[in-house]
Design a protein around this ligand. Structure first.
Ligand code: NAI
Length: 325
């Protein structure tokens, strides 16, 4: 199996290179992202391996099929970045589901704690021996209500953590799980009754901009919003309007609608042209990080192993348990 590996970062190479040797696979590590210009680098390979900001459209799928590439190996659980309709019955698309739900949930809880108690800002003040705590007052999470949107693997891990804080949990999921210690409610009820809202559903047509002007209007004054799922679950313009109106106690975002070309890159010496992201960064109660909820040792080990297992299944015509379609 020969794999063209796009968007390689040093930490990817460190995990995948030894694993590929064990499986006897040849990986060509490419630093560039996968896009219409770079797709041709996949010529001669059996599969491509991509990450969350490599968007594969119908044109690129046509080109992959022409080059006889057999599979798209996603190093992610989410698969919204591949045109699945165009791929259907033409090229395998395999993902790595549930590689470490705890990694993402623990990070979501970390964002919530940081943005609520201003830990990230307190560090900078204390480092300068400015020990003034003015402006850092947060709220107790104990006995407050958290609303979890999407009670799959990550949502469940988040529920366990927030239960540990002594929070009451409301949840919304079109496929409720009656074994969970939560009260399932409608989305509107969740929006209007939650002190903290954390998003853990996939990005799909039905969930795009699930947080919008109307849903924000239904939320409690001072609500905390955390998104570690996918950026486009939130209408960023509506979020900015809500922030300007003083609706939110805090917002923690690990993901953003337009990550491509910015997230995972060092843009510190560039003029960032994304006015929406730049505006979001200006709010004192918004904490943005670079889509790194997955980034733990355990999760990276599991991503590399599951990706190699997916490639092995294709090579050996075994059942493709992680096939997206
Ligand atoms: P999962 O498939 O176990 O759970 C997703 C849940 O969302 C399911 O229970 C499903 O029924 C529910 N759902 C489907 N449609 C819904 C809707 N309209 N409204 C509310 N819920 C709905 O997925 P998992 O592993 O929990 O991951 C969730 C998402 O987290 C992924 O789709 C991905 O976008 C994101 N993610 C983010 C990472 C990061 O580094 N920040 C890393 C891994 C995943």
């Amino acid at each position: 199996m020969k794999i063209a590996f796009y968007g390689t970062k040093p930490y990817d190479r460190a995990k995948f290179e030894p694993m590929a040797q064990t499986y006897g696979f040849l990986i060509h590590f490419i630093e560039m992202p996968c896009n219409a210009e770079t797709i041709f680098l996949a010529k001669g390979y059996d599969a491509i391996c991509i990450f969350v900001n490599d968007h594969i459209d119908a044109y690129m799928i046509d080109e992959l099929c022409k080059m006889r590439v057999k599979a798209i190996l996603l190093r992610s659980a989410g698969y919204n970045h591949v045109d699945l309709k165009a791929a259907k019955d033409r090229i395998h698309v395999l993902r790595v589901p549930g590689y470490s739900p705890e990694a993402v949930a623990e990070y979501a809880a970390g964002l919530l704690l940081s943005v609520n108690r201003c830990i990230h800002k307190a560090f900078y003040r204390a480092r300068d021996f400015n020990m003034n705590i003015n402006g850092f007052m947060g709220v107790d999470l104990y006995q407050k209500t958290a609303g979890i949107v999407g009670t799959g693997k990550i949502g469940q891990a988040m529920i366990r953590i927030l239960k540990g804080f002594g929070m009451d949990i409301l949840a919304y999921d079109p496929y409720p799980n009656d074994k969970l210690p939560v009260e399932y409610v409608t989305l509107d009820e969740l929006f209007s009754q939650s002190d903290v809202i954390s998003l853990h559903c996939p990005l799909m047509k039905e969930t795009k901009h699930i947080i919008n002007k109307k849903s924000i209007a239904k939320m409690k004054q001072g609500v905390y919003l955390v998104n570690t799922s996918r950026g486009a679950l939130i209408d960023s313009e509506a979020l900015i309007d809500g922030l300007v109106a003083g609706k939110f106690g805090g917002v923690g975002l690990d993901v953003y609608e337009e990550e491509e070309g910015i997230f995972y890159e060092d843009c510190s010496n560039h003029i960032v042209m994304d006015e929406v992201l730049a505006r979001l960064m200006t709010f004192p109660n918004v904490l943005i990080t670079s889509h790194m909820g997955f980034f733990t040792k355990e999760a990276m080990d599991a991503i590399a192993l599951q990706t190699m297992e997916n490639a092995y299944a294709i090579e050996n015509e075994l059942p493709l348990v992680n096939k997206v379609l």
